[in-house]
Write a protein that binds this ligand. Structure first.
Ligand code: ATP
Length: 299
């Protein structure tokens, strides 16, 4: 009996990264059933297994070579790497691709009534955080001494209950901070989700699975950021029209039946396409402007 080589990818089982991760893998064409409670989900149409675990376990699983790849927030990754370095454990990995979801920042926030006068005013204070290593690094780099208390959840209530003077926590919109009477005073780390790979070289079978998967991941991300734009433009305004298209490469220009003055222009815009741009195109005499999502891209 031959045992098939399967690439093992760790992802968050449930939480802020799990839906986006699952959607990314599905858009890459992976047929996976993660509705059951099993730790390991088999991909039906590719030799890949998905290991569904807590976010904080993903960096270690990749660093120890238990999983070949992992999708995890940079904050968790960096915190684990610092912690492992401190403990003399293996902390190597490759960051294969930065992904375009899971954006957030790790910030220090203080109660509204705190008189913040710059980083020095944090000296000697106590902070509640899930990320002591990142906070410690920030304190060292800025020449201040701080104490911390480790909390895995509800960090934002710590100042109110007298557990800490301030907090160091992940922020995306800032609404949670505001609801708890806290003000963000220093951003110490910016984070997005990343695809990471074990530092142990993959065998040729696993490498070839990855060589198929990686362009798909990159294609899905590129497609998410791109739009397909179609419009009718006056023939004599083509160069001005093309100059307005954000990030567009060579446009396709097609004749329109029965119209000598107008042509159809098709482009893939790789940057955000704003209403303002559409209005400018309209002012140039363009009409039938369509902006459409792209599902997949390659090449
Ligand atoms: P787990 O419970 O799986 O061990 P966790 O407690 O970090 O991990 P989540 O709160 O789901 O779980 O966060 C997962 C990741 O989502 C974070 O590590 C971070 O990279 C990202 N993230 C994006 N925005 C936010 C945010 N506003 N607050 C917290 N995390 C965020």
């Amino acid at each position: 009996m031959t045992t098939e080589t399967r690439l093992r990818i760790a992802m968050q089982k449930s939480g802020r990264l799990s839906d986006d991760t699952q959607a990314l893998l599905k858009r890459c064409g992976l047929k996976l059933n993660v509705s059951d409670r099993r730790l390991l989900a088999h991909v039906a149409n590719m030799p890949i297994d998905i290991m569904r675990v807590r976010s904080s376990d993903i960096p270690g699983l990749v660093m120890d070579g238990v999983c070949d790849l992992g999708i995890v927030g940079d904050n968790t990754l960096e915190e684990t790497a610092l912690e492992r370095e401190l403990m003399g454990q293996k902390s190597q990995y490759f960051k294969t691709t930065q992904l375009n979801f899971g954006g957030c920042r790790l910030s220090i926030a203080m109660p509204e009534e705190f008189n913040y006068q710059g980083i020095d005013s944090l000296n000697g204070l106590r902070f509640a955080t899930t990320y002591p290593q990142l906070l410690n690094r920030f304190a060292k780099e800025n020449g201040i001494n701080i104490e911390f208390c480790l909390l895995k959840g509800s960090v934002e209530v710590a100042p109110r209950v007298g557990l800490a003077d301030g907090i160091c926590d992940l922020v995306s919109t800032g609404a949670t901070l505001e609801a708890n009477g806290l003000v963000e005073v220093e951003e110490i780390f910016r984070s997005k989700a990343s695809l990471i790979q074990t530092a142990t070289p993959l065998n040729s079978e696993k490498q070839s699975i990855l060589d198929t998967l990686l362009p798909r991941i990159q294609g899905v991300m590129k497609a998410k950021e791109s739009k397909y734009i179609m419009l009718h433009a006056p023939k004599d305004k083509i160069s001005e029209v093309c100059a307005l298209m954000p990030g567009s490469e060579t446009p396709t220009i097609l004749p329109l039946a029965g119209r000598d003055d107008l042509v159809a222009v098709h482009v893939v815009a790789t940057e955000t396409f704003f209403w303002e741009t559409m209005e400018k195109l309209n002012a140039l005499g363009c009409n039938s402007i369509l902006v459409m999502p792209i599902e997949k891209m390659m090449g």
